[in-house]
Design a protein around this ligand. Structure first.
Ligand code: HEM
Ligand code: SF4
Length: 551
């Protein structure tokens, strides 16, 4: 856990009173909705189809049990009793009333949570691996660097009026759980030959209307230089980014238009001016941040406790353990992923009761800590293996033990037409139907790792481009039509999917996905060949032939 210092607490509190005054002026009519827009967008407040939507940041996806309880309180007191965890380590409340927003922000501020820079053309929440600090083989805890960037960029005037929003993600593991290649800047912690810590820097990734996979701009930037290097990138973007055309304003378009070589030369020139400046980070600064992260006092525990051995006889427990429990860097402990994808439920939603109960379980079994991942699931990062059976029983009672992590019903979906004013089509009902179709656990396991991502319009909030199967809702002659892609992925081998054929109607989507899966089961070379690898080996054609043969 990270403990905010006095500067952060003051900043967050001042922001609450500032926003209270802005809301008051909007409610009295002194400010028009247009004048208010720029102010609310600095505080995570959108105006949606039915109501204001409020997006709250969960820096690098780490929450304390007190903070999760407070989110439950917000859901219960100011919203309709649930919250929606998003793909960028935020939580959204969909039914918030403007007059009550300042109170909600004040309640959050008491536990060090805020909504600054969760919308608007600024530096957004710097995200990281939800297993940060506990993943075996990690170079070091990437959250230290996320926190450094968070501090440097929060309310920084130079980054508050960028041509467009700006997203950074950091990972320190070989397997990229933070999806750094679809971010404006992706940072991967690496060591150089001297054993010093630094970063591989990637730039220009993003989804939306014009998707790009980020490219490496520099293979090694020393840790002490990372602020100046990121700032150099932002300065080049600020100078050349297209402010005249919203569709061309993201850095991915600039990188594409200049070409990565020219773009990196510009960054290099800029960097030479500023790298030795006060932006160079002293070791003490890093040490200070490091010291504000607290780590649990782990016990010395056996690798295979009796409790676990006994529980192995229960097939339901074993199914969950094999699916949702991962290795921890400390012997005797595990990382437990909590699926927010129950059969028939909207992906990523949690009720206030579930959040409260999970906060209690985190205190009992995970040193009071909860994590939020980009796949819209939660995790308990430090569970002693002996406690796994008891934890599982408690989670099961709460409807939080669906053993479908990374399987076909672990779907990422945006809010779509149910909430979003930009949507062309529904996303959540498609996800719900698919979870029903693939509810059978044996079938899902037979299919193996398969990610379905759904967006309700081209803005791609549901990451459809990088789903192993991507589903994009568009509008055609007043009807919802869905385009289906296969072969995308968001990890270290990130790739964009390819269309498999003409769009299909709402009612047909689940049938088509079943056909895609059937084609895969027939085409795979052996049971261990994952869907994504079969698509890579064979391309789109054999799938297209089979799926569209009878349509
Ligand atoms: C309901 C209100 C929402 C609105 C109005 C909205 C709006 C947008 C827009 C306009 C874009 C495209 C930006 C661009 O390419 O420049 C976008 C992208 C994105 N949104 Fe949303 N969004 C909403 C909800 C969500 C939710 C619930 C999630 C997470 C599940 C989300 C995550 C993202 C992500 C990850 C991107 C994408 C990719 C990128 O930055 O390249 N958004 N959103
Ligand atoms: S992808 Fe489109 S429909 Fe879905 S949340 Fe984003 S803007 Fe709304």
């Amino acid at each position: 856990m990270y403990a905010y210092d006095e500067i952060d607490r003051t900043l967050v509190n001042e922001r609450v009173s500032e926003f209270r005054d802005q809301v008051k002026r909007r409610l009295s009519g002194e400010l028009t909705e247009d004048e208010f827009k720029i102010l609310r967008l600095q505080n995570g407040v959108y105006l949606q189809l039915h109501a204001y939507m409020f997006r709250v940041a969960i820096p690098y996806g780490t929450l304390s049990s007190d903070q999760l309880r407070r989110l439950a309180h917000i859901a219960r007191r100011y919203d309709r009793g649930y919250g929606h965890f998003t793909t960028r380590q935020n939580i959204q409340f969909n039914w918030i009333k403007l007059a009550e927003l300042p109170d909600a922000l004040a309640d959050l501020a008491e536990v060090g949570i805020h909504a600054m820079q969760t919308s608007g053309n600024n530096m957004r929440n710097v995200t990281s691996d939800q297993w940060a600090g506990v993943a075996p083989g990690e170079i070091e805890d990437p959250r230290i660097w996320s926190e450094l960037l968070r501090q440097h960029t929060t309310l920084h005037p130079e980054f508050s009026f960028l041509p467009r929003k700006f997203k950074i993600a950091i990972t320190a593991s070989d397997h990229d759980r933070a999806a750094i290649k679809i971010h404006d800047i992706g940072l991967r912690l690496v060591k150089n030959e001297k054993g010093e810590t630094g970063f591989e820097v990637l730039v220009g990734g993003g989804l939306g209307r014009t998707p790009f996979i980020a490219k490496t701009i520099k293979h090694f930037v020393h840790g002490r230089d990372i602020l100046s290097y990121v700032e150099a990138i932002l300065r080049v973007y600020n100078q050349y980014g297209r402010r005249d055309n919203i569709y061309k304003a993201r850095i991915k378009i600039l990188v594409h238009e200049l070409g990565i070589e020219k773009f990196s030369r510009e960054v290099e020139d800029e960097w030479q001016h500023i790298r030795g400046s006060s932006l160079q980070i002293d070791d003490e600064v890093i040490e200070d941040i490091r010291s504000r992260f607290s780590y649990p006092a782990y016990e010395k525990l056996p690798h295979m406790p009796d409790e676990l051995r006994q529980a192995a006889a229960d097939p339901a427990f074993e199914a969950w353990r094999k699916n949702s429990v991962a290795s921890h860097k400390v012997q005797g402990y595990s990382i437990v992923t909590i699926s927010l994808k129950p059969v028939g439920g909207p992906p990523g939603d949690a009720t206030a009761e579930q959040m409260d109960a999970l906060a209690d379980l985190a205190e009992k079994y995970s040193f009071g800590e909860i994590r939020v991942g980009h796949e819209q699931n939660l995790a308990l990062p430090h569970v002693a293996k002996r406690d796994l059976p008891a934890l599982w029983r408690a989670l099961d009672k709460l409807g939080l033990a669906t053993p479908n992590v990374n399987l076909i019903s672990d779907i990422i979906a945006c809010p779509g037409l149910d909430y979003c004013s930009l949507a062309n089509a529904r996303s959540i009902p498609i996800a719900q139907e698919l979870t029903r179709r693939f509810a059978n656990h044996e079938l899902a396991n037979l299919i193996g790792r398969l990610h379905i991502n759904i967006s309700g319009c081209i803005n791609a909030c549901g990451h459809h481009h990088v789903g192993h199967i991507g589903i994009l809702g568009v509008e055609k002659n007043g009807e919802e039509v869905y385009q289906i892609t296969i072969g995308g992925r968001a990890d270290e081998n990130a790739a964009l999917g390819n269309l498999i054929g003409p769009g299909v109607k709402f009612e047909e989507v689940a049938d088509v996905i079943e056909d895609v899966v059937e084609a895969y089961l027939a085409l795979r070379e052996r049971p261990e060949e994952l869907f994504i690898d079969t698509v890579k080996r064979l391309g789109v054609e054999p799938f297209k032939e089979r799926v569209y043969a009878t349509r």
